[in-house]
Write a protein that binds this ligand. Structure first.
Ligand code: ADP
Length: 479
């Protein structure tokens, strides 16, 4: 075991409200999921502080909106620089609150900085829609006002900045509320923002899962950018209706991976494994139902089981060298995933993993389960953990029908040697993204989002930027 880093001291973390780093009205414990011990005390905002944060964002809006886009982009690039130059300080905090291995924490910070830079290159030019002898029509894209960003616990920093960067570039101000089990790195990014942006442009508060409703119903919030579960997304939508707030909802997924009969099992299995197990399966776009053609099923499944058995040695405290799979992030999710495994055991066969971890920490060994009907909970619910159900199919029509038979429609992957056949399958999948022979390739210039109950609106890309704007048309007579 490597030496553990010292827990952060109480008082190390501050809310950012109106340009000031302040203590919370009270505080709460953040648990390290690898040890189940208290890692740090987190400041907790009360309703008054939430209102102050929204008021500060509202007050900062007119001047920020009037700031040229190029200057807003310059400051965003400074934030990207600051995240990179503070990575050595931020990564262990992220590991100890979230559970992910240090390498994964550094990767998350690098992607976060890259996404900010990607947005900082974008522009929102006026577009001339018509220009003739009698008429000139211009379409403009204007900011909305105060944006509330509500983020989940799987990728706290990426999720935060992927909302913050486009919101700010477009001229909005923002109040960020991270998930209560992973608020600390977000508060640290708030500290970096305090050095860079004018007071009130960025505010970061933390709650004990009790302020979401107040934020999503606040009359001075114009838009909510939310990533989280479909169940909570429904509440956000209901709450936002009173003042017709704009919404981006990036919700749950139950992504199918479809493996065609011409794959090389040895080549495809490690990629499939990664697609399902990256971040210990806690990815909205993880492969969560693995459909494999009967011709290659046995060979692919044997490879997957072997990889999963080997990966058991790579599970552990993310601070330790060589660990590739951290714990599940919190006790509630840990119990949920364990429940799904126990339920699946009754109908299917555990081919790898599935055994209980002895000792502290919310660890679940990478688990492969075969022989389940599509009606099993592990297949039809979103597991959001390191457990992959492998399912056999006979025809492409059948695979597509089963893959589409879900209330979700976030992402999917197709694995095949013959790209044209893979493309035919991709064209029939009801999801926001389909990757072919790859997974989780999410460059900042490419939008992603869900269909059906995986949400609406997109993140990233020019379209992800435009989500934080409203259109104004100027239509003038020339003659
Ligand atoms: P989980 O993935 O654990 O189910 P949720 O979707 O409930 O997480 O949470 C995602 C984010 O939504 C968190 O920041 C959480 O605090 C916040 N949240 C929870 N309940 C509400 C609510 N009623 N309104 C707005 N946000 C909420």
């Amino acid at each position: 075991m490597n030496a553990q880093l010292q827990p952060a001291q109480d008082g190390n973390f501050r809310l950012l409200i109106g340009g000031k780093l302040v203590a919370g009205a009270s505080s709460f414990d953040v648990i390290n999921p690898a040890t189940e011990e208290v890692y740090a005390r987190c400041p907790r905002a009360d309703l008054q502080q939430l209102n102050q944060a929204v008021a500060a964002a509202k007050a900062a809006f007119p001047a920020w909106k009037a700031t040229p886009l190029a200057e807003r982009a310059r400051l965003l690039n400074k934030l990207a620089d600051a995240i990179e130059s503070h990575a050595a300080e931020l990564a262990p905090i992220l590991t100890q609150e979230q559970g992910k291995p240090l390498g994964g924490a550094h990767f998350e910070l690098a992607v976060a900085a890259g996404n900010i830079r990607g947005f900082a290159q974008m522009d929102l030019p006026e577009v001339v829609l018509q220009d003739d002898a009698t008429t000139r029509i211009i379409r403009q894209r204007l900011p909305l006002g105060v944006v509330a960003a509500i983020t989940p616990w799987n990728f706290p920093v990426i999720m935060m900045v992927t909302k913050l960067a486009p919101a700010l570039l477009a001229g909005n101000t923002i109040v960020v509320k991270p998930a209560p089990t992973t608020p600390l790195t977000s508060l640290k990014v708030g500290e970096l923002c305090a050095e860079i942006f004018p007071p009130g442009v960025v505010n970061v508060i933390a709650d004990a899962n009790d302020l979401g409703g107040a934020l999503t119903s606040h009359p001075d919030v114009a838009k909510i950018a939310f990533t989280g579960s479909t169940a909570t997304g429904r509440k956000v939508m209901a709450s936002a209706s009173a003042t017709l707030k704009r919404l981006t909802l990036e919700l749950g997924g139950n992504d199918a991976a479809i493996v065609l009969d011409d794959v090389d099992p040895k080549e495809v299995a490690p990629k499939l494994f990664f697609a399902a197990m990256v971040n210990s399966g806690q990815v909205c776009l993880a492969a969560k139902r693995i459909f494999i053609h009967e011709k290659v099923y046995d060979a692919v499944v044997a490879e997957l089981a072997q990889i999963a058995e080997g990966a058991a040695n790579l599970v552990g405290n993310g601070l330790n060298e060589g660990v590739q799979f951290g714990p599940v992030q919190n006790r509630m999710q840990f119990e949920k995933v364990r429940g799904l495994i126990e339920d699946a055991r009754k109908q299917g066969k555990v081919l790898a993993g599935g055994k209980e971890h002895q000792g502290k920490g919310f660890f679940i060994y990478p688990t492969v389960i075969a022989g389940l009907p599509d009606s099993a909970r592990l297949v039809c619910e979103e597991q959001f953990g390191p457990v992959m159900p492998v399912l056999k199919f006979s025809t492409i029509d059948e695979a597509i029908e089963r893959a589409n038979n879900s209330e979700y429609g976030l992402g999917a992957t197709v694995w095949a040697r013959d790209i044209n056949r893979a493309l035919e399958v991709a064209n029939r999948l009801e999801t926001g993204t389909v990757w072919i022979n790859k997974h989780l390739d999410l460059p900042p210039s490419v939008p992603y989002g869900g269909v059906k109950q995986s949400g609406f609106g997109v993140e990233l890309g020019q379209q992800g930027l435009e989500e934080f704007t409203q259109i104004r048309v100027i239509n003038m007579a020339k003659a």
